[in-house]
Design a protein around this ligand. Structure first.
Ligand code: B12
Length: 467
């Protein structure tokens, strides 16, 4: 323990869900908040979802080392008997370890296995005993329907250190603040304004500081291979299924120098893959992304870049595609959702089919690998009748790229989410679950049929590339 310094524990909780995949998933918001307090407290991070030593390295995987604090050992020896062992691909995506558990009551009608993802609970309990006490515990919240993992962490902290002050922040805390307050934390940061947090901690932030990546992978044997970055907040569109316009308002770029400092910190700490968490990475690219990438090239920062949160195809020009490929972008996820013009217009008009086709042409001409270009389509949207999902999937296929069905999650406060109150009780966040809603909306057989069709279409894209 550092003399005179308060100890703050940062926690990235386990996930309770039907499925979860490590799609470059990092507690970026939590570490960004902690970054602003760099040097003012002693920070420790317990990340239930971080790859353990060897797990994140596709070349050196045993798939058995799971203890969270780097003590090694086999799955059985550490008390973990999970059916699925972690595996990571060359871009840093992978599977979490998990165990099957009983579905919670509101989801028992969904005919899929429910699981808990992340290291076993007992390891956190031991960690708390060994490393405590803590003055504060800050917990990252993410998907609204993942709150059971947050509840588990709160229970364990309360039992081990009843005097620790617990703070929740992030997506679930912002979208469902009243529900989050019911979990028993001392403070729920329910908006983007962090002043209540600074007052609560009685600390003054330095907003110029980069994200506290040194807390992730702080142990020598658990290098940080994947990082996340955001060049701007918010989005200029008002898509009817998305919560971002309500929570973040318009588009606001972040300071370029800080973003570059974050990327440099990530590369010096060993990150080989960095995912952008922006909601509108290509908007006003001449002022934001282009100067950033030119500087990445000038400084010789070698890292693979990824866009899991979907790009606006409309803004992908030939020049931008060239620069992105040159600067290190390796996977491209494009937001498409539907090929139906009336659905596109009715949900905010963020992209039209010909714009997607043009963006794909530019990416291919720039040298992007077609197998690494993916267009998302929403599955289980309340207006599925207008959306023509199957036609949309076939349209994407004609462009020679992969499609991915993004299951619809009904969010309170969004027009499309509110329209779902006739199917589900939105006041129970478990029912925002993305696996559940499409099944309730379209039926189990239809969801399976469409997912099978998507797999078949994608297989032929991969086969064409090999032949
Ligand atoms: C990156 C991202 C992802 C990543 C994963 C991120 C992760 N770590 O889990 C990927 C691409 C995998 C993903 C997937 C999905 N996502 Co998503 N995603 C996001 C995104 C863009 C950012 C989330 C994030 O990391 N925020 C943290 C940081 C980056 O935000 P920040 O602004 O810097 O944080 C500020 C505050 O929030 C606060 N803060 C943040 N964290 C903390 C913590 C503490 C303790 C404190 C005090 C403060 C604090 O401080 C910051 C400064 O002000 C959000 C949209 C958004 N802009 O929030 C959607 C969002 C969370 N996703 C959403 C959806 C719908 C999905 C999918 C269901 C889409 C789909 N159908 O496939 C899937 C679900 C995956 C699954 N397995 O269930 C929804 C929410 C759904 C829900 N029910 O909660 C959102 C809100 C977007 C939307 N359309 O409305 N997503």
């Amino acid at each position: 323990m550092l003399p005179g310094m308060r100890r703050i524990l940062l926690v990235h909780p386990p996930i309770y869900d039907f499925a979860a995949y490590d799609f470059w998933l990092k507690p970026y918001g939590l570490l960004s908040v902690a970054g602003q307090l760099r040097g003012q407290a002693e920070f420790l991070l317990f990340d239930y979802l971080a790859p353990r030593p060897n797990e994140g390295d596709p070349d050196a995987q045993t798939g058995t080392t799971v203890s969270p604090q780097g003590t090694g050992g086999s799955a059985k020896a550490s008390g973990l008997d999970h059916g699925i062992l972690p595996r990571y691909d060359r871009w840093g995506r992978g599977r979490f370890s998990c165990e099957q558990i009983e579905s919670p009551a509101p989801l028992q009608c969904i005919p899929r296995h429910f699981r808990r993802f992340g290291v076993p609970r007992s390891l956190f309990v031991e960690y708390l005993k060994e490393r405590g006490p803590f003055a504060y515990v800050l917990i990252q919240t993410m998907m609204t329907y993942w709150y059971p993992g947050v509840r588990e962490v709160i229970e364990d902290v309360r039992r081990a250190w009843p005097d620790a002050a617990i703070v929740l922040g992030g997506n679930y805390a912002m979208l469902c603040p009243d529900h989050a307050r019911g979990l028993g934390a001392d403070l729920v940061v329910a908006g983007r304004d962090l002043r209540p947090l600074w007052t609560f901690l009685d600390m003054a932030p330095d907003p110029g500081q980069p994200t506290l990546w040194e807390a992730a992978g702080a142990r020598d044997d658990s290098p940080l291979r994947v990082g996340a970055l955001k060049l701007a907040d918010g989005c200029p569109f008002q898509c009817s299924y998305c919560s971002v316009p309500r929570v973040y308002g318009g588009f606001q770029p972040r300071p370029l120098e800080r973003s570059l400092a974050e990327l440099e910190l990530l590369t010096t700490r060993g990150a080989q893959n960095v995912a952008f968490y922006d909601d509108a990475l290509l908007f006003e690219a001449d002022q934001v992304l282009v100067p950033f990438l030119r500087e990445v090239l000038r400084r010789g920062l070698h890292v693979h870049l990824h866009t899991p949160n979907a790009l606006h195809a409309r803004f992908l020009t030939a020049e931008l595609a060239d620069l992105m490929v040159q600067a290190g972008f390796r996977t491209f996820y494009l937001g498409f959702e539907s090929a139906s013009r009336s659905w596109q217009q009715g949900t905010g008009g963020k992209v039209f089919s010909e714009e997607l086709a043009r963006a794909v042409e530019h990416l291919l001409a720039a040298g992007a690998d077609p197998v690494e270009i993916t267009a998302y389509g929403i599955l289980g949207h309340p207006d599925s009748d207008v959306q023509e999902i199957e036609t949309s999937m076939r349209f994407v296929h004609t462009l020679g790229i992969r499609g991915m069905l993004a299951d619809f999650s009904p969010l309170p406060g969004t027009p499309d989410g509110e329209a779902c109150r006739r199917w589900v009780d939105l006041d129970e966040p478990l029912l925002h679950n993305k696996t559940a809603f499409p099944i309730l909306r379209l039926g189990f057989d239809e969801v399976n049929r469409l997912k099978d069709l998507q797999r078949t279409l994608n297989r032929s894209i991969a086969a064409n590339r090999c032949s």
